[in-house]
Design a protein around this ligand. Sequence first.
Ligand code: ADP
Length: 447
Amino acid sequence: MFTRILIANRGEIALRIIRACHELGIEAVAVYSEADRGAPYLQMADEAVCIGPAQPAKSYLHIPAIISAAEVADVDAIHPGYGFLAENAHFAEICGECGITFIGPDPVSMRMLGDKVQARQIAQKSRVPLVPGSEGEIKDEAEAIKLANKIGYPVILKAAAGGGGRGMRVAHNDISLHKAFGAARTEAEAAFKNGALYLEKFILQPRHVEVQIMADKSGNVVHFYERDCTIQRRHQKLIEESPCPVIDEKIREELCRSALRLAQEANYQNAATVEFLLDRDRNFYFIEVNARIQVEHPVTEMVTGHDLIKWQIRIAAGQPLNLRQRDIKYSGVAMECRINAEDPARNFVPCPGRIDRFIQPGGPGVRIDTHLSQGSVISPYYDSMVSKVIVHQPTREQAIATMKRALREFRIEPIKTTIPACLKILSHNLFVKNQVDTSFIERHLGG
Ligand code: ADP
């Protein structure tokens, strides 16, 4: 097992990983930018190293700064968390060259799955249902229009290197596809330095359902069931829950088995999420793989009772996944609300600033993942997530009641947060009755 791990991240996920390290008897080394200097969570680490100025490109994304911190602190491994360098195959390679274990997949499968066109090809090989669409990259507009007419409008253009909802454009006819093609290519080039696009049928009113998997170095792969992340605003998730409330055991089994086949085909190691869209007739279609731990991993931890970060660390250290699939069970319902420093009344604009009053909810069934406290400053340089509120109860109805109670207890002042928006959703008839799709916020909350 490792003796010391460096965490190449910040905020709540850095703290989450520090805690997992300590429970495993491993020392945790945190890194911080000048904007995060003095943040209280850094005191929980065994050592904290400054890696540069506030701008992510000069600190949390700056590979030489992170590698030298790792060498100075003499760590055996690096945990990248999510975002920043988590899915950067080049970074994973450099870690390997420096004799530091990267806690995540190997660079080859990361690269393969990070390219969404290649990921679709792997899905096809492993007999996982795919959204009808292009075999590979779409070379030009004429090819896009020809294919769109074959599979039928509406279609969605997506960036092969995409992420975070960028580089996606929906088209309803030849004219809008003509416009969408140029816009998607320009956006993809600007965001990912890679203009490659592919095309899919646009699934009407889908739900977003994803499967958590974990694989060790000896080829053992298990799943930890699914999460439903249908409540999104502009493709950013806001509320997640597990299990998915609208599928039966037969579909659940097929869905989870599909994710396992794909992971096996890709020779995958460590944690991943296989994402699917579920259409109105409960058919599911693969969309992409996230080769890292995700923000919403706690809902899976609550329903299955497994600590996914600890599993990531053990597997990276070469320990076997000594779990049989049939021994992994889920019970009850877990739900997570992302509390972001954004103003829902003003089109969710970010609201950075100092928190003068911070009173955290608690009580039965409530878990709070946050690195903030009274006096903390939310920096405009980073993600606006302030806290994750996770609840776990025997039924969905009880989980919703506990979540509402917890959100009403939460005081984060004077900044504006997504708490009022989450409360509106939790009380909405369509959410309560499971009649939502990914466009719910745009259509019902004017997001
Ligand atoms: P990203 O990696 O940028 O997050 P994804 O491929 O995961 O992109 O898609 C993000 C979201 O976009 C999905 O959760 C879904 O809401 C929507 N989406 C993606 N593909 C389709 C599709 N073919 N039909 C309908 N909605 C889609």
